[in-house]
Design a protein around this ligand. Structure first.
Ligand code: ZN
Length: 429
């Protein structure tokens, strides 16, 4: 779908690419932004339009966060969400950590190489309340950036976030929601999510990881074992079959019983970043609802939706239905906006080559999306479109193409810290 703004740049409902092409051809609209594609109507204001409620749905992940924008249709059974836009946000997490570790190494070397005595600084820093490691902060920042960008492009009424992997409240106090709910299908998904997390996604008996898991009753059902989570372990099919109607201790694994009876610490069940995220999202000024991962998987299973980060996001929340539609997923890769370090170093840590102080060369900076038509007679002959890397000598690079002269480059979109690509979304699974 294409995002649509009115003449005052206020968000309207997204339209199909076909309709956007017609509006542009009739000169009723102009291109507002290339990635994600957004048009602006020249003759329409938000007061003249009918808007439908749109929710932003977020499935936070450590490497990739799924994002989905969905139109809400309310029916008797509840809400049906129709996907308008799907995106996957790839974080820099590891990269940030590695760069900071590298910097710490250089500083340590500078401190010791010159043999100048400097007392070690030790435990003399205080971390402020709510401090998060830079790699996690970068993840939060990415999600927040995109949530507020989407708010500028669609009439957003709510944000649905998957906050916890499973609903501990539901697992530990089943009477809260009544026995029917406890024995219901959702409960099964919450239990599965909990046991998977508790046993670290590996078979409790043989330690295999890459396999389909089954829930094993430590005290077998046939000998009066209960369905409580403290009686469940994660097992591969082979171990579960081999164990048959023996208890875990009789099977030769008494330690599994101890592990199963130990409740998973709440701290492990919750994720510090996810809580911080809900806190930060309040700046959007729209209601935020939080849901468990067990419910997401239950929805995905019920509506027969394939496994992908962006489709997981679509399945977050209390739904009566989810419609995926035909969409291509927008892949958003966080690239950062350059670095402070002004030198490259070799493997031994010695500086090799210094980087220029300026960010821009002839008005263009690294990361800008550029269209370049290079005439014959130049090494980089041809038409090139994409992210550019600038050089002080005015001969730029795009991907593997070197030596694109600055004067043939036209900026299409300024660098904004993200790289964009459209990828096919997995079909219904
Ligand atoms: Zn096994």
């Amino acid at each position: 779908m294409v995002f649509v703004l009115d003449k005052q740049k206020k968000p309207l409902m997204p339209c199909t690419p076909r309709r956007a092409r017609l509006l542009l051809a009739r000169k009723r609209a102009v291109v507002h932004r290339l990635n994600p594609f957004t048009i602006r109507l020249k003759d329409r204001s938000v007061q003249q339009s009918t808007l439908q409620p749109v929710v932003l749905k977020i499935d936070p992940g450590s490497k990739t966060t799924g994002l989905a924008l969905a139109r809400v249709e309310t029916i008797a059974e509840g809400e049906v969400h129709h996907a308008l836009h799907l995106a996957e946000l790839v974080h820099r997490g590891e990269e940030v950590r590695d760069l900071l570790r590298k910097r710490a190494g250089y500083r340590r070397r500078r401190r010791s190489t010159n043999l100048r005595y400097r007392p070690a600084r030790f435990l003399n820093r205080r971390r402020p309340q709510g401090w998060l490691p830079p790699s996690l902060r970068s993840r939060l920042g990415n999600i927040l950036t995109w949530a507020s960008r989407y708010q500028c492009w669609v009439p957003l009424v709510r944000v649905d976030v998957e906050r916890v992997k499973f609903d501990t409240q539901l697992l530990h106090n089943p009477e809260v929601s009544g026995i029917h709910y406890q024995r219901g299908e959702l409960m099964g998904w919450e239990i599965r999510a909990y046991v998977l997390e508790k046993f670290g996604r590996r078979c409790a008996y043989c330690g295999r990881t890459e396999t389909a898991f089954e829930l094993d009753h430590l005290q077998p059902r046939s000998r009066g074992g209960s369905n409580r989570v403290s009686n469940l372990a994660l097992a591969c099919h082979a171990c579960n079959t081999a164990k048959a109607d023996r208890t875990a201790a009789e099977f030769g694994h008494p330690e599994v019983e101890a592990q199963a009876s130990n409740p998973l610490k709440d701290a492990a069940a919750m994720n510090a970043t996810r809580y911080a995220l809900c806190d930060k999202l309040r700046v959007l000024g729209v209601p935020i609802t939080t849901w468990s991962g067990g419910r997401t998987r239950w929805n995905r299973d019920r509506f027969g939706i394939a496994k992908a980060h962006c489709l997981d996001a679509l399945c977050v929340g209390n739904l009566a239905g989810a419609k995926q539609g035909r969409h291509r997923t927008l892949s958003l890769k966080a690239t950062g906006r350059g670095r402070y370090s002004r030198t490259n170093v070799n493997d031994a840590g010695f500086p090799v080559g210094y980087l220029m102080r300026k960010k821009q060369v002839k008005g263009i900076k690294t990361g800008d999306r550029v269209h370049a038509v290079v005439p014959a007679g130049f090494a980089a002959y041809g038409t090139h479109t994409g992210r550019i890397a600038v050089r002080a000598n005015g001969q730029f690079r795009m991907g593997n193409v070197q030596g694109i002269p600055a004067r043939f480059c036209r900026i299409r979109q300024l660098a904004d810290g993200y790289d964009y690509a459209l990828v096919e979304t997995a079909l219904h699974g």
